[in-house]
Design a protein around this ligand. Structure first.
Ligand code: FAD
Ligand code: SF4
Ligand code: SF4
Length: 479
């Protein structure tokens, strides 16, 4: 089968077909088509099966990438799926939305001069095909263990842990204050990156495996952490980070100066067909407006591209550093540019102008000075460089911090870091409270889906060890 591999010299890198920008500007459908089998096999065959696969080392899940590429190249798709699913609960989601240019593909070491293997697209193809052919099964355990687990948060971290624990035979209950399963997968990330049917398909599978979801239940409001600790043998906190970072400047309180997640959640809800008063009355709808988005991360990219699709008159992105130094994925910037977004690099806002509603963003130009201790050049204001951008809607996409979880959960003894993230023992993943574990963004700070999945899996393993010890101790006491 060796002739099926190492074809990076004769086969050029090809992504799945991308819809032309003019067409995709007008709808929220995903922008990439699926590979067909021939193209998936051809692209997988470019892998040179490295002895030390840097792609795998730089995948947070340590996915066995060379093996599933080899199996795909050989047409052994079901086996490829089994290998891929062994380390990742949601390969079809990671294949779509991981910033591969910074992770697996960015570290693919095909010889210099040849572009990387399209790892993410092959990963997505394998699992989408597995769903189509009925190979993806609910996480039904062989036997019930009789212990129960409460998981707070139905985002990727909580769901990955839920699946792993359910497979082992625990009675798993997931609590979420949202009305749908998926966390930021459903209400943060827009459809053009991840269509919601992909998340719903997973959610249904988890429910079919016996995981019990309690939606619309906010811990701290409807039930407290102490209740969940009494109800379950162990608890996992996977609540993500939701406090939007803000800026202090004149006009920041004007209507139509909105937070990114409010804006994106409203758009995602409209995609589901929900009634959203703040969207329906126009406040969170960019249609016909001059939109300015402030920030340079992936959330900012999602906002500008959402505004384009809502029919904005113009969309500008204001970011204080240059393109090379922005935190967002370069691929996303390219998509945004193709779709007509204008980037105003090296510029920062001073004030939002307007009386009853925002009319403009007054900003200044930035010079990038000496590198700081993190190696990034420090932004410095250029005197006399003030300018104003017209704006009817300003979206602030400056990042997220954790809410005050100990206060929210009425659990002051729950230890947090100075950033407000939950502190865990790095080995056991347990918080300062016995039997209470934590995973995902609420531990790391705002991060990536693939890291939340990794944390969820690791937490499940540690919770299993804890619960096994607890069961053994109970048995010893009883005998
Ligand atoms: P979350 O996904 O935030 O889920 C937490 C869940 O906990 C939510 O459902 C919430 O409702 C629930 N919850 C919170 N508090 C309570 C409570 N008190 N009671 C009950 N339930 C509660 N990552 C990528 O890898 N690729 C991307 O393209 C990408 N795009 C992004 C775009 C946006 C706009 C944003 C905001 C983030 C993006 N991310 C992306 C980051 C990624 O979404 C997160 O890192 C990931 O979702 C974190 O998973 P989590 O399970 O820790 O938390
Ligand atoms: Fe790459 Fe993400 Fe898939 Fe890992 S999970 S192989 S980083 S796309
Ligand atoms: Fe294949 Fe690239 Fe990974 Fe090497 S680094 S094993 S060529 S995908």
């Amino acid at each position: 089968m060796a002739e099926k591999l190492l074809r990076f010299v004769s086969v050029a890198k090809q992504m799945p077909d991308k819809r032309p920008a003019e067409g995709r500007r007008h709808d929220f459908a995903e922008i990439y088509a699926e590979f067909d089998q021939g193209r998936a096999e051809a692209q997988a065959s470019r892998c040179s099966q490295c002895g030390i696969p840097f792609c795998q080392i730089h995948c947070p899940l340590q996915n066995n990438i060379p093996d599933w590429l080899k199996l795909t190249a050989e047409g052994r798709l079901e086996e490829a799926y089994e290998v891929s699913a062994a380390t990742n609960n949601f390969p079809e989601i990671c294949g779509r939305i991981c910033p591969q240019d910074r992770l697996c593909e960015g570290n693919c070491v095909i010889e210099k001069g040849f572009a990387s293997v399209t790892i993410g697209s092959v990963e997505k193809y394998i699992t989408d095909t597995a769903f189509e052919r009925g190979w993806v099964r609910p996480p039904t355990p062989r036997r019930e263990l009789g212990q129960s687990v409460g998981i707070i948060g139905a985002g990727p971290g909580g769901l990955a842990a839920a699946e792993m624990l359910r497979r082992r035979g625990y009675d798993v209950h997931v609590y979420d204050r949202y009305d749908r399963i998926g966390g930021l997968l459903v209400y943060g990330i827009p459809n053009f990156k991840l269509e919601k049917a992909i998340v719903t398909r997973r959610a249904e599978l988890l429910a079919a495996g016996g995981i019990r979801f309690h939606l619309g239940v906010a811990v701290g409001r409807d039930v407290c952490l102490a209740d969940l600790r009494a109800r379950h043998d162990a608890v996992l906190i996977a609540t993500g980070v939701y406090k939007a970072r803000d800026m202090q400047m004149p006009g920041v309180g004007l209507p139509n100066v909105v937070a990114a997640l409010d804006y994106l959640t409203a758009s995602n809800r409209k995609g589901f067909g929900d009634a959203v008063p703040a969207f329906d009355d126009g406040a969170l709808d960019a249609a016909g407006k001059s939109v300015v988005v402030i920030g340079g991360g992936d959330t900012a990219m999602d906002c500008v591209r959402t505004a384009v699709r809502q029919g904005a008159k113009s969309v500008k992105c204001l970011y204080r550093r240059d393109r090379r130094n922005m935190p967002g994925s370069q691929r996303e910037v390219q998509h945004a540019e193709e779709e007509g977004v204008e980037f105003v690099w090296q510029a920062a806002p001073d004030a939002f102008t307007g009386a009853a509603a925002v009319k403009g963003v007054r900003a200044h130009r930035i010079h990038l000075g000496m590198a700081d201790s993190t190696g990034r050049q420090t932004p410095q204001k250029i005197d006399g460089s003030s300018f104003t951008l017209k704006a009817d809607l300003v979206v602030k996409a400056l990042g997220f911090d954790p809410e005050d979880v100990p206060a929210m959960f009425d659990a002051p003894e729950l230890a947090v870091s100075r950033w407000g993230t939950i502190r865990i023992d790095q080995r056991t993943m347990m918080t300062s409270l016995d039997g209470v574990f934590a995973a995902g963004d609420i531990v790391r700070g705002a991060s990536l889906v693939v890291w939340a999945v990794r944390d969820g899996r690791d937490a499940a393993e540690q919770m299993h060890l804890y619960l096994s010890a607890k069961a053994s101790a109970a048995l010893a006491r009883a005998s």
